[in-house]
Design a protein around this ligand. Structure first.
Ligand SMILES: NC(=O)c1ccc[n+]([C@@H]2O[C@H](COP(=O)([O-])OP(=O)(O)OC[C@H]3O[C@@H](n4cnc5c(N)ncnc54)[C@H](OP(=O)(O)O)[C@@H]3O)[C@@H](O)[C@H]2O)c1
Length: 268
């Protein structure tokens, strides 16, 4: 897809991967509509894009609030003749063992609110416009951690798996009517989200410009899946021999966590 003058909505555009994706898509000639709660951060990114002669429009909103989400999409549709792509990137992550979550159902609820329901609600609001045009592309951001067995992120990973299932149904039902769907499975990326976990300081991660390139690739190539090779192999193994892979993964992750903790302690 040639991105010049395509209108692309990006949620979670005020930091991390979303910020970089907005910058790269604007550099490629797209009109980017940036959505997140922090207006001042969106203004900063809009200014940076405009300084490079790009086109950026900002729509501060808490998209877990259905009223704010509806008002935001209504305003975007009023201000732009056509929306070509929706990138559901906004998310939150929680790292907590299940045994420490016994009285914390709200962890599961709040990850679902932003990572799943907000993404679905954005899609439901943009879909009538896409269907009217006979074309549209929904890019849903997921994680490599749904391709492999990972402990400690049950709330986060369940919400991302739900989004993947929704994406499959969306593609199965509407591809014939011009609706493209992509899922991007990021490995770890150095962002404010991943930096909240101290022991990840020494983990090898993608930088945000590289990660943002994966979103650009998903949009340009309209590929259903953008993934690391490691994610593809691990997922194939998990589906083929789940008991074996689960049994192997447990000690592997315990070892990895211990190594990262030791490295962090050595810093102190
Ligand atoms: N970083 C990683 O290692 C990694 C790995 C795999 C997948 N991912 C995925 O990549 C995507 C981007 O993550 P990131 O690491 O770049 O995270 P980040 O820097 O923390 O950015 C998260 C974005 O979501 C927005 N957001 C959160 N709650 C919102 C709400 N209620 N309404 C509107 N916007 C909201 C935040 O903006 P405001 O606070 O301004 O609202 C922010 O712009 C996410 O889908 C994440 O799950 C990340």
């Amino acid at each position: 897809m040639d991105l010049s003058n395509k209108t692309i909505l990006i949620t979670g555009a005020s930091s991390g991967i979303g910020e970089q994706a907005a910058i790269q898509l604007a550099q490629a000639g797209a009109k980017v509509c940036l959505i997140a709660r922090r207006a001042e951060e969106l203004q900063r990114i809009q200014k940076a894009i405009k300084e490079q002669a790009g086109q950026a429009f900002i729509y501060p909103a808490d998209i877990t609030d259905p009223g704010q989400l509806k008002a935001c999409v209504t305003l975007i549709l009023a201000e732009h003749k056509k929306i070509d792509v929706l990138v559901n990137n906004a998310a939150r992550s929680i790292r907590r063992p299940i045994v420490e979550s016994l009285d914390r159902l709200h962890d599961y609820e709040r990850t679902m609110q932003i990572n799943y329901f907000a993404a679905v609600n954005m899609t439901l609001h943009v879909l009538p416009h896409f269907l009217e045009n006979g074309a549209g592309h929904v890019v849903n951001i997921s994680t490599m951690s749904t391709q492999v067995p990972i402990p400690l992120f049950s709330a986060y990973l369940a919400s991302k798996s739900a989004l993947e299932s929704f994406s499959r149904s969306l593609s199965m039902e509407l591809k014939d009517q011009g609706i493209d769907v992509s899922i991007v499975y990021f490995p770890m990326v150095r962002t404010p989200m991943s930096s909240k976990t101290a022991i990840y300081k020494h983990m090898k991660m993608l930088d945000t410009p590289t990660a943002a390139g994966w979103i650009v690739k998903a949009i340009e190539e309209k590929s259903y899946r953008v993934s690391s090779k490691a994610g593809l192999v691990a997922n194939a193994l998990l589906n083929t021999a789940p008991t074996w892979v689960m049994n192997l993964s447990r000690p592997l992750f315990q070892f990895m966590d211990k190594r990262l903790k030791n490295k962090l302690e050595a810093d102190l």
